[in-house]
Design a protein around this ligand. Structure first.
Ligand SMILES: NC(=O)c1ccc[n+]([C@@H]2O[C@H](COP(=O)([O-])OP(=O)(O)OC[C@H]3O[C@@H](n4cnc5c(N)ncnc54)[C@H](OP(=O)(O)O)[C@@H]3O)[C@@H](O)[C@H]2O)c1
Length: 318
């Protein structure tokens, strides 16, 4: 993985041809050598592109998909206890890293604490993820959800439980078992609460983000606080692939709708985690760093913002 600053794709000084609407950059490096990264507040480099693994089914599909992703140059993998595939991913990586001539240090693994383990069960949850993945350390470990499974969203125990979980993540971070820690699905309110009380500032906030959900307030808060804002469901769980504007733009640029949606995020230095279980789509979703969207196309996509959510809505969690 080439260690680069955010925006390195734009810093590539070797554009060789332009199209009227889309700036094509001839890659100077193999993609594997040229995976742009963002720098976390821990100093670690996190790839701008990772493989989403929610709904990867079973060990064979997981192995095949991780193999395709490593071939296409992906070096980051996003899993979670609730995806029930940590063990499959760990097994796949233990076989595939040597096959691809890679070592543990060449990949960036993210997992997440289940809402079931929030609070007093957090330590067990953290240990279980390490054990399931078969790893000595996890690069990034997130609290998956601000609430606790089994409690009403308005239950007053929710804030105490997530504070206890965060203290546990801080312990694992201090022990070197979690190289970076962060949160997911936190709203501005949850982030303010955490930033006020934490000993370790979260490295990452992972939330739903795409042109129809631009999350401006959260992005501004992250920028101010040194937290890396990371996108999930960049394709709108697949729904946005049939959006008319996205399709027209893709056609004009000679790219696919998925590449346009993902490029819109990475061109803002926002890391993405597209999920596909189809090797050709995994490869397609990885080809993001050899073209640029024009300022005008970036603005047109951003203008689609209408606070549309395709995943869960954490705003009601107390
Ligand atoms: N922290 C959280 O709470 C949270 C929540 C949601 C997601 N995530 C993370 O983010 C990842 C991605 O989000 P997501 O899975 O919700 O949705 P997504 O990546 O926005 O979309 C995935 C869907 O799009 C399809 N797809 C992918 N690439 C395609 C392409 N090039 N052409 C056509 N269809 C394509 C996939 O189908 P096929 O698989 O059949 O190709 C799948 O149905 C997850 O896997 C997970 O790792 C995190």
């Amino acid at each position: 993985m080439r260690r680069t600053k955010p925006g390195s794709s734009r810093d590539n000084e070797h554009p060789t041809k332009s199209r009227p609407y889309c700036h094509v950059i001839e890659p100077q490096f193999k993609m594997t050598d040229h995976m742009p990264c963002v720098q976390l507040n821990t100093g670690a480099q996190m790839p701008l592109l990772g493989l989403g693994t929610f709904r990867l089914q079973g060990p064979e599909e997981t192995y095949r998909t991780v193999d395709a992703a490593l071939t296409a140059g992906y070096r980051a993998f996003d899993t979670a206890a609730v995806y029930r595939n940590e063990a499959h991913i760990g097994q796949a990586l233990s076989t595939l890293l040597p096959k691809h001539g890679l070592s543990r240090a060449d990949v960036f693994i993210t997992s997440k604490l289940s809402p079931r383990d929030q609070g007093s069960k957090a330590r067990d949850g953290c240990l279980r993820s390490l054990e399931q993945l078969g790893l000595d350390y996890i690069d990034l470990f997130l609290i998956h959800w601000p609430g606790t499974q089994g409690l009403d969203v308005k239950d007053k125990r929710n804030p105490d439980n997530r504070a206890q979980s965060w203290a546990t993540l801080e312990e694992f971070h201090a022990e070197g078992k979690f190289r970076a820690i962060g949160v997911s699905n936190y709203t501005v309110k949850h982030m303010h609460e955490l930033l006020k009380s934490c000993k370790v500032v979260p490295a990452v906030l992972q939330v739903e983000f795409h042109p129809k959900l631009a999350q401006k307030e959260l992005i501004a808060l992250c920028e101010k606080s040194g937290v890396c804002f990371q996108a999930y469901s960049s394709l709108g769980t697949g729904v946005l692939l049939s959006d008319h504007l996205v399709q027209v733009m893709a056609e004009r640029c000679g790219k696919t709708p998925a590449q346009v949606l993902l490029r819109w995020a990475v061109q803002q230095n926002i890391p993405v985690l597209p999920k596909s279980c189809q090797p050709d789509r995994v490869q397609e979703n990885g080809r993001l760093f050899d073209f640029e969207l024009s300022d005008s196309d970036m603005a047109k996509l951003s203008a689609l913002d209408c606070n549309e959510k395709y995943c869960w809505d954490p705003s009601l969690v107390l």
